[in-house]
Design a protein around this ligand. Structure first.
Ligand code: FAD
Length: 414
């Protein structure tokens, strides 16, 4: 990609031409700098691509066990039969065209002192490491869940479980009870469980009207887009029973029953437990997490870990910024972190760039709601400056979300 098209690309991707200041041309005789990226999801794939775009002289290796990228955004629509997982599945060919070296293997360990990542039998050296491993689950927080984790579906990492849960809903007899549990904050995608509840509510109302979805929410109220989701839930009131302050504590798969911390017991025909979460295991094992042992604190400008030098963390694994754990934010962090890493490798001061967030939630087969958040950097910290919600559900917002997904997927992988 030549200089002009890179400029156009950065501009159209939302990062803006400000990032061009960090852009480098290869310097003859300079030692090859190496960046390793762990995780080829929304944050990591973006970061890998943008390091290469910003400075093609840097060698970038991406470690990602999955051969395909499957989008969690829009996966709730698969559960209601209005979208297919195939349409949410993309490949990594675009990253290869940018010169990213991809190894479809998991990073086994990070050795910060030696600036190395262990992969299989290899030890790969880096000058800077970018870690975007997403989330893992705290199975132990729900009694009985660890033993049943292959059959009690979370479908919170889009893939085979998404299809399995859709099949369970389809094969449930009309009159059945579906139980879905929402974990306490912080978790991946604050509005995601309520989008899921809306889509299952719509599905039951239109296809299995005698059935019911019971939502047991560990939180005191709907965590995101609260008023908008409350209005949607009213439309599905005959099929959707939302119960706040009900943290699931136990699951008994034999009795097909979940127990909340209030002592309430609920029987189900289909269950969807979204377990409590923490940063992906590799971040925990490398001691990138803070005192909570769950999430990684980072510098708000460079995304460098506050615990380990030369290691940057982006995406859902981070904590401390006033931003949701969303794909849109992970993508923005990936770009900002990439340009910061290039600046640091070239001995330059990183630019102060804040992320942005637009988050759509579908609530029926044709309608969606949305929130937009704007941020800026103030004294080295990301602060929110504005939040705007759509007035209500609409088909226009749903259509906008389809344009959003085309452009952001292209920004990550194209
Ligand atoms: C149902 C649902 C709906 C959602 N809807 C939206 C939405 O509408 N809009 C939105 O913006 N966001 C949405 N999200 C949130 C979004 O999916 C996440 O915020 C986003 O995926 C986070 O990006 P990430 O890079 O942190 O993690 P991921 O995208 O999960 O990527 C992490 C990657 O790291 C890899 N990995 C993990 N460990 C290792 C290792 N040791 N070595 C190598 N690779 C490793 C994994 O295989 C994975 O591919 C939704 C999420 C869900 C579950």
């Amino acid at each position: 990609m030549n200089q002009l098209s890179r400029r156009q690309f950065l501009k159209s991707s939302g990062l803006g031409v400000a990032a061009l200041g960090a852009m480098q041309v290869p310097v003859f005789g300079q030692a090859r700098r190496r960046v390793i990226v762990i995780g080829g999801g929304w944050g990591g794939a973006t970061a890998a691509k943008y390091v290469r775009l910003t400075d093609p002289s840097i060698e970038v290796t991406l470690l990602e066990p999955n051969k395909e990228f499957i989008s969690c955004p829009f996966s709730n629509l698969v559960l209601a039969g209005v979208e297919s997982l195939k349409n949410l599945t993309l490949n990594y060919d675009g990253l290869r065209r940018h010169g990213v070296k991809i190894r479809h293997e998991a990073a086994a360990a990070i050795e910060p002192d030696k600036k190395r990542v262990r992969v299989g039998r290899d030890s790969l050296e880096y000058d800077r490491l970018i870690v975007s491993p997403g989330i893992d689950f705290q199975w132990e927080q729900v009694e009985g869940l660890a033993a049943a984790k292959d059959t009690v579906l979370h479908a919170w990492k889009a893939g085979p479980q998404t299809v399995q849960l859709a099949k369970q809903l389809q094969s449930m007899a009309d009159g059945g009870v579906v139980v879905m549990t929402v974990p306490p904050v912080a978790y991946r995608c604050p509005p995601g469980p309520y989008e899921r509840a809306s889509m299952i509510g719509w599905y039951l109302k239109t296809k299995k009207p005698k059935s019911k979805l019971i939502v047991l929410d560990a939180n005191k109220d709907i965590v995101s887009k609260t008023g908008l989701f409350k209005a949607v839930f009213k439309d599905y009131a005959a099929n959707l029973d939302y119960r706040p302050s009900q943290k699931v504590e136990k699951i008994d798969v034999g009795a097909k029953e979940v127990t909340a911390d209030t002592g309430d017991k609920v029987k189900y025909q289909v269950v969807n437990v979204i377990p409590p979460q923490r940063a992906g295991a590799i971040a925990v094992e490398a001691d990138l997490v803070g005192g909570d042992k769950r999430w990684c604190e980072v510098d708000h400008v460079t995304y460098e870990s506050v615990k380990q030098k030369n290691i940057h963390v982006v995406g859902d694994a981070t904590i401390g910024l006033p931003v949701p754990k969303s794909g849109n934010v992970a993508n923005a962090m990936g770009k900002i972190c990439a340009t910061a890493v290039v600046s640091l490798l070239n001995g330059k001061e990183p630019q102060q760039i804040a992320p942005g967030n637009t988050c759509y939630s579908w609530v029926s087969d044709k309608e969606a709601i949305a929130v937009v958040n704007a941020y800026r950097i103030d004294k080295g910290k990301v602060v929110q400056i504005e939040q705007k919600l759509t007035p209500g559900k609409s088909t226009a917002v749903a259509e906008n979300s389809l344009s959003w997904r085309t452009s952001i997927w292209n920004d990550i992988l194209g």
